[in-house]
Design a protein around this ligand. Structure first.
Ligand code: SF4
Length: 227
């Protein structure tokens, strides 16, 4: 078990500094070339891997170029065109609804506020935060996906379980200038080293400050159970 720094703020800053060193090019891994494509890709990525989303959107974005294209397609056609994505039937409906709302209520533009974005079908706070950050350069929150959720708990940055509550804890302790990058750094570390089923603590750059480190710790703080 590593020894966390005295305050959660210091712990968060140390985590950010070390992971910046480890992953200097950390960024979003979804492919897109405009705000609409970003929004669609993020909606599709819920409970699906970014790799799979990128495979499917490579063709999808050739056929669907405007909000009207989504609005005018049938849900069945959209579901077929995103086949291979988790919950493709539901998400086909979301994409049609998003196209309709953007055409009818936002003059064909992807909205730039949290409330307008979360009013769109299939768009929660996490998706809205990604679109605001990467589509509009507006950073007003921290994206908490499954990696951020797990690592924040393992590293002792929060004891909460729900993403919304974890985000509020993180907003208190992560420097505002790092709100966007914090997510990408934790995702990279979660994928490379600190996985859901196994954590490679030996050699991890956070081992000495991580209270879940397996050296002599028997508890994975993400689950609260023994490793
Ligand atoms: S790999 Fe181990 S030491 Fe590193 S952050 Fe994950 S649980 Fe902590």
């Amino acid at each position: 078990m590593g020894t966390p720094l005295e305050s959660r703020q210091e712990q968060a800053e140390a985590v950010v500094d070390r992971l910046h060193e480890e992953y200097p090019d950390s960024t979003i891994s979804l492919n897109y070339s405009n705000r609409l494509e970003l929004l669609v890709a993020v909606v599709l990525s819920a409970q699906c891997t970014d790799e799979r989303v990128n495979e499917v959107t490579a063709d999808l974005f050739e056929s669907y170029r405007t909000p009207q294209d989504y609005a005018e397609a049938s849900e069945e056609q959209l579901a077929e065109d995103i086949y291979g994505i988790t919950f493709h039937n539901n998400k086909g409906g979301y994409l049609k609804g998003i196209g309709e709302r953007i055409v009818d209520e936002h003059d064909g533009e992807v909205p730039d506020t949290m409330s307008a974005l979360t009013d769109l079908p299939g768009v929660g706070r996490k998706t809205a935060n990604v679109v605001l950050q990467h589509g509009h350069d507006i950073v007003e929150g921290i994206v908490v996906d499954t990696h951020v959720q797990r690592l924040s708990r393992r590293l002792g940055l929060t004891e909460n379980e729900r993403p919304e509550a974890i985000e509020q804890d993180l907003l208190e302790i992560v420097p505002e200038s790092e709100w966007q990058q914090f997510t990408h750094l934790l995702i990279d570390h979660g994928r490379a080293v600190c996985g859901a089923r196994s954590a490679a603590c030996v050699g991890c750059v956070l081992a000495d400050i991580c209270p879940s480190e397996q050296g002599d710790s028997e508890i994975d703080l993400a689950s609260g159970e023994a490793w």
